[in-house]
Design a protein around this ligand. Structure first.
Ligand code: IVH
Length: 677
C-alpha cells in the first residue's frame, strides 16, 4: 500500500508540473500522449483505491452537480476599486506621481519613487483562498465586501493550481487576480456557440463573466478561461516580499500565471513611457485591456500611503480610449473584394471610437448578420481596435425601431453592384460571390492593387485612384496589360503630371526585373495563397512550370498546404483566362532562378525578429533569412532556433531568455548567414 500511496503522489506532482508547463508557461515538456499516460495511470489507481482520492488531485477538477445559486462569501479583506485617470496623454501618470510624492512628503530633490506598471486586464476580479497550500474557496468581487462563491468553477481552470507549487505552504494565502478570455479563445467559443445555436457573447469580458457564473461546472470546464495574478488578500504565516514586483515573482513561483508585460520603473517618466509603449501594442495583444495600472513598488510605502475611502492611494488605473461604442446603422451596402466575395458593410452614424471617427463597419457575411440579427435602423455596438477594420459586434434589441426588417444579402443584391453578374452563395461557403471573375471591374481593380502591392510586385505609385482610372478608362483589362502601358497613356490621364507619369513607368520597369518566384506567385492573387504559402510553394517547386504542372498530391506535400489550398491552386490554373494572362506576364517579367530547398543550410531553422536592427530593416533581414532557406516566425517558442534582437526588443527577447533560445544581434545573424552559405 505504501508503494501505491507514493506512486499516486508522484503521479500527481508530475501531472501538476506538466499542467503548469503547458497551461501557464506555454512550454510543454512532454507530448500529449505521454501526459495522457500519466493521467490514466493516476485515474485507474484512484478507481482501484478510492480512499486515496483527494480534493486536490488533478482528476478532481470537475466535480459536484449543477448548483441552483452561488452562495455569498464575505471577503476577509475588502476587494477595493482603483482610482482612474482617463487622459490620453501623460498627465494621468504625472498627476499620480505628484500625488504620491506629496503624500509621502517628498521634496523635489528627493529620489524618484519606484513603481510597477502593469496591464489593466478586462475581465473580472477574483479572490483565491489557499489554506495550508490547498485551494479552499474562490469568490468574485461582488460589491467589494461580499462576493459569490465560484469555487467549483474556478477549480476547472487548469491555469489555477489546486495546490500551491511549494513544499512549505503558508498557513493562509489569498491571491487576487483577473479571470479573462483570450481573443482567439473568444472567437473560437463564439463560433462553437453559433454552430450549436447557443448564445454568442458580445465581447471577451462578457464571455469570461458568463462562463465563470455558470451554475454547472461541467459547462465552465469547456470554456477557455485564463487568469493573471496581480495581488494579495489575507495572508497568515508567509513572509510577504518587500516589493510588489518581487511579490509578483513569488506568485509566479507558486504556480500562478503572471503577465510578463510588466515593468519596474522610476518616477513619472517611466510610467509615461510604459503607457505609450503599451498603447502602441494594445491592438496586437492576445487579450483585451482597458488601460494600464501603476502601483508603488515598496509595500512599506504602500502601507504608509494607505487608502482614501474605497481606493488605495498607492495605485491608479490609467485608461485607454474605449475600443467599443454604440451608434446607429443607416444602411447596409456591399463591397466586392478581389475574390468576388460580397462583404456587407454597415454605413453608420459617425461615431468616435478607438481614437478615430468611424462611419463604416464590416458585417463580415450573411451568417454573421443572422447570428447577430443586425438590421438597418438598429443601434449597434461597434469595435475598432488599432488598425483593424471596424466591425459591428452586436445589435441592441431593445432599441430596434418598429418595422426594421431582417437583411438578406442575396435578396438585396441578386446581381453584383459593380458588374451586374449573378451573385451566388455556394454550399458550405460563408461568402456570397459575384460570378463575374475578372470581367467584374471591382475584382479586376482589387486584383491589380494586390498585384502591385509592396509585398507582391511592389509597383510604387500604382494606388487605387490610378487603378480606377486605368480600369474605368478601359486601358487595363488584365494584369498583363499593365506592362504594355507606355508613357503617353499615363500622361494622357487626368491630373497626371509628366513627372508622375515617368515615375510610374519607371516603377513598372523596376518591378518586372529579377522578380523572386515567391513574390510572383503571391502577386497572382490565387485564392487561399498568402505570402507564407507562396514562399513555401516557391521553395519546394523551385520554378513556376513545376508549380503549374503539379497535381493535387504533389501540392499537398508542401508544408501547410492541405486539400483546400491545393484545390484553389488547381482551380486557378484550370481557368484558361488565367493561363493566358500568366503566359503574357511571364513574357513581360524576368523571374529569379528558384531557390532549391535542399541547397540551403538554414533549412529547418526558425528565426524570430524583434526590436530594430542597426542597419537592416525587418523585411531585409527576413529576406536574407529566407533566401538562406530559414523560416521567420512571429512568436517565440521552444522550437525557435534563434531570436534576432535589436534595440528596444521587448517581451520576445525575455521569452527567448526564459526558454533558453539562442539570441543573435545583427552582426551575429550576418555571420551565421555567411557561415552557412
Ligand atoms: S489592482 C487595490 N491590478 O481593475 C487595487 N486591478 O478597479 C486592486 N484590474 O476590479 C486592484 N487589472 O479587476 C489591479 N493589474 C491589475 C488589474 C486590476 C485589472 C481590475 C480589477 C478591479 C479593477 C480595479
Amino acid at each position: 500500500m505504501h508503494e501505491v500511496i507514493r506512486r499516486v503522489e508522484a503521479l500527481r506532482q508530475q501531472i501538476e508540473h506538466h499542467n503548469h508547463q503547458y497551461y501557464v508557461l506555454d512550454t510543454p515538456q512532454i507530448s500529449d500522449s505521454e501526459f495522457d499516460q500519466l493521467y490514466q495511470e493516476l485515474h485507474s489507481l484512484e478507481r482501484q483505491y478510492p480512499e486515496l482520492v483527494t480534493s486536490t488531485s488533478p482528476t478532481q477538477r470537475v466535480g459536484g452537480k449543477a448548483a441552483t445559486e452561488f452562495p455569498p462569501i464575505r471577503h476577509a479583506i475588502p476587494m477595493l476599486s482603483i482610482q482612474t485617470e482617463t487622459d490620453t496623454e501623460s498627465s494621468g501618470a504625472i498627476n499620480f506621481d505628484t500625488r504620491v510624492r506629496k503624500e509621502l512628503g517628498l521634496y523635489e530633490r528627493d529620489a524618484p519613487v519606484e513603481y510597477v506598471a502593469e496591464l489593466k486586464f478586462d475581465g473580472l476580479a477574483i479572490n483565491l483562498r489557499y489554506e495550508k497550500g490547498v485551494l479552499t474557496s474562490a469568490a468574485t468581487r461582488g460589491d467589494g465586501e461580499v462576493g459569490e462563491d465560484v469555487t467549483n468553477n474556478i477549480r476547472t481552470m487548469q491555469q489555477i493550481p489546486l495546490r500551491l507549487l511549494t513544499t512549505n505552504p503558508p498557513a493562509l494565502l489569498e491571491v487576487r487576480g483577473e479571470v479573462y478570455m483570450r481573443l482567439a479563445d473568444f472567437e473560437r467559443l463564439n463560433q462553437k456557440q453559433a454552430a450549436l445555436g447557443d448564445k454568442v457573447f458580445v465581447n471577451p469580458r462578457n464571455a469570461a463573466a458568463g462562463s465563470l457564473r455558470q451554475l454547472d461546472p461541467n459547462i465552465t470546464v469547456q470554456r477557455p478561461l485564463s487568469f493573471f495574478a496581480y495581488g494579495l488578500g489575507e495572508v497568515q504565516g508567509w513572509n510577504v516580499p518587500a516589493t510588489h514586483s518581487t511579490l509578483l515573482d513569488a506568485l509566479q513561483n507558486l504556480g500562478f500565471p503572471v503577465c510578463s508585460e510588466r515593468a519596474v520603473t522610476k518616477g513619472a517618466e517611466g510610467l509615461v513611457a510604459f503607457h505609450g509603449r503599451i498603447s502602441a501594442q494594445r491592438a496586437q495583444l492576445p487579450f483585451d485591456i482597458d488601460g494600464v495600472v501603476y502601483k508603488v513598488n515598496s509595500l512599506a510605502l504602500q502601507r504608509e500611503l494607505g487608502f482614501r475611502s474605497r481606493e488605495p492611494r498607492w495605485a491608479v488605473a490609467h485608461k485607454y480610449p474605449p475600443q467599443e461604442a454604440t451608434t446607429v446603422i443607416e444602411a447596409i451596402e456591399v463591397q466586392v473584394g478581389r475574390t468576388g466575395a460580397l462583404t456587407p458593410v454597415a454605413r453608420l452614424k459617425p461615431v468616435f471610437v478607438g481614437g478615430a471617427t468611424v462611419t463604416n463597419a464590416t458585417l463580415h457575411n450573411q451568417d454573421e448578420i443572422d447570428r447577430k440579427d443586425v438590421r438597418v435602423g438598429d443601434t449597434v455596438v461597434v469595435r475598432r481596435a488599432g488598425d483593424v477594420i471596424p466591425e459591428v459586434l452586436s445589435s441592441i434589441a431593445e432599441k430596434r425601431p418598429a418595422g426594421a426588417v431582417k437583411f438578406d444579402l442575396i435578396a438585396e443584391y441578386p446581381t453584383c453592384p459593380e458588374c451586374g453578374s449573378h451573385v451566388v452563395r455556394e454550399e458550405g461557403e460563408a461568402a456570397a460571390r459575384c460570378t463575374g471573375g475578372l470581367f467584374c471591374p471591382a475584382q479586376r481593380k482589387q486584383a491589380i492593387l494586390h498585384f502591385a502591392s509592396r509585398r507582391a510586385m511592389d509597383i510604387e505609385g500604382l494606388g487605387d485612384k490610378l487603378v480606377d482610372q486605368l480600369v474605368d478608362g478601359g486601358l487595363v483589362h488584365s494584369l498583363a496589360d499593365l506592362y504594355a502601358l507606355q508613357l503617353p497613356q499615363f500622361a494622357g490621364l487626368e491630373r497626371m503630371a509628366e513627372k508622375s507619369a515617368q515615375n510610374i513607368v519607371d516603377a513598372l520597369e523596376r518591378s518586372r526585373k529579377d522578380v523572386p518566384l515567391a513574390r510572383f506567385i503571391y502577386a497572382l492573387g490565387i485564392r487561399n495563397v498568402g505570402e507564407a504559402t507562396a514562399k513555401d510553394l516557391a521553395r519546394v517547386f523551385g520554378n513556376f512550370d513545376a508549380l503549374q504542372a503539379a497535381d493535387m498530391e504533389t501540392l499537398q506535400q508542401v508544408p501547410d498546404v492541405g486539400p483546400i489550398v491545393a484545390e484553389s491552386i488547381k482551380e486557378f490554373f484550370a481557368e484558361p483566362h488565367n493561363v493566358e494572362v500568366i503566359q503574357q506576364l511571364r513574357d513581360a517579367v524576368t523571374l529569379q532562378a528558384g531557390m532549391a530547398i535542399q541547397a540551403s543550410k538554414l533549412s529547418g531553422l526558425t528565426f524570430v525578429l524583434t526590436g530594430s536592427l542597426p542597419n537592416l530593416t525587418r523585411d531585409e533581414a527576413q529576406a536574407k533569412i529566407e533566401t538562406g532557406g530559414g523560416k521567420v516566425s512571429s512568436s517565440v517558442s521552444k522550437k525557435t532556433s534563434y531570436v534576432v534582437a535589436g534595440a528596444e526588443a521587448g517581451s520576445k527577447l525575455e521569452r527567448a531568455k526564459e526558454l533558453g533560445v539562442m539570441v543573435l544581434d545583427e552582426a551575429g545573424l550576418l555571420q551565421l548567414l555567411e557561415e552557412t552559405k
